[in-house]
Design a protein around this ligand. Structure first.
Ligand SMILES: C[S@@+](CC[C@H](N)C(=O)[O-])C[C@H]1O[C@@H](n2cnc3c(N)ncnc32)[C@H](O)[C@@H]1O
Length: 227
């Protein structure tokens, strides 16, 4: 049984709003790394969409046909609905995208996979709502060998409504392949510049922050069509 809650990030006055503002540049990067052909005129799902900022930002850069967002945080979804007025986006509270009763061309999740405990079940759910040949883009950083992993987990578990899972890139890739996806890894950090000012928020050292950047990928998993 999955639990519904009001907000995901419970730090500060308005944690989900602060998270949205902090994620703007990372979303910009993800939008830049995705293939336009997977977005233009397509039906998109944002899994773990929170207040819906990513889908609005995506539409402003690459207009899609229509999009759907789902999240366990019901107040965040309420805000997403209010802000979606001029956009072709539908939102729902929950964790099973089958509620939308349609197949998607492209599914995206940003900063969500590290919270999923049962990866095989998650990939099965996504595979179920993705059309044959459709793509799942999911951002992921392998923290299994990062000396700051426990520090980071303590912080996320303290303020997040769901707990951090420390999974390896192998577990993620093997889980996707087992569900019939073919998988490519796109390096998230492509610029030779690292913004390190706020490293202490989640890391014990600058080195650990850099380690995380260097092990961060936008995973591109295509349903079927294994070459
Ligand atoms: C770190 S936040 C990221 C939100 C947004 N994708 C972003 O990039 O800013 C993780 C989000 O995933 C949602 N989430 C976690 N597990 C989920 C699940 N099983 N089903 C749906 N949403 C989930 C949380 O409620 C939260 O809003």
């Amino acid at each position: 049984m999955v639990e519904i809650y009001d907000h995901w990030w419970l730090k500060g006055e308005n944690g989900d709003q602060e998270m949205e503002e902090n994620h703007y540049l990372a979303w910009q990067n993800v939008i830049h790394l995705m293939d336009k052909k997977d977005i233009e005129k397509k039906k998109i799902l944002d899994f773990g969409c929170n207040q819906g900022g990513f889908l609005r930002q995506l539409y402003d850069h690459i207009p899609y046909k229509n999009a759907y967002g789902i999240d366990l945080a019901k107040e965040a979804i309420e805000i997403a609905k209010q802000r979606a007025k001029m956009y072709p986006i539908t939102y729902a509270v929950g964790s099973n995208p089958a509620v939308f009763d349609c197949l998607f061309d492209t599914v995206i999740s940003t900063s969500v996979l590290y919270l999923i405990e049962d990866l095989p079940e998650h990939f099965r759910l996504i595979g179920h709502v993705l059309r044959e040949g459709g793509v799942y883009y999911t951002s992921f950083s392998d923290q299994t060998k990062n000396p700051s992993a426990t520090f980071m987990k303590e912080k996320i578990d303290r303020y997040g409504a769901t707990k951090m899972q420390i999974k390896s890139l192998n577990e993620v890739v093997d889980g996707l392949v087992a569900q019939g996806f073919s998988v490519e890894l796109i390096k998230e950090q492509q610029q030779p510049v690292y913004e390190v000012t706020s490293y202490k928020e989640f890391y014990l050292s600058v080195d650990d922050y850099l380690f995380s950047c260097d092990h961060s990928y936008l995973i591109k998993a295509r349903k079927g069509g294994r070459k």
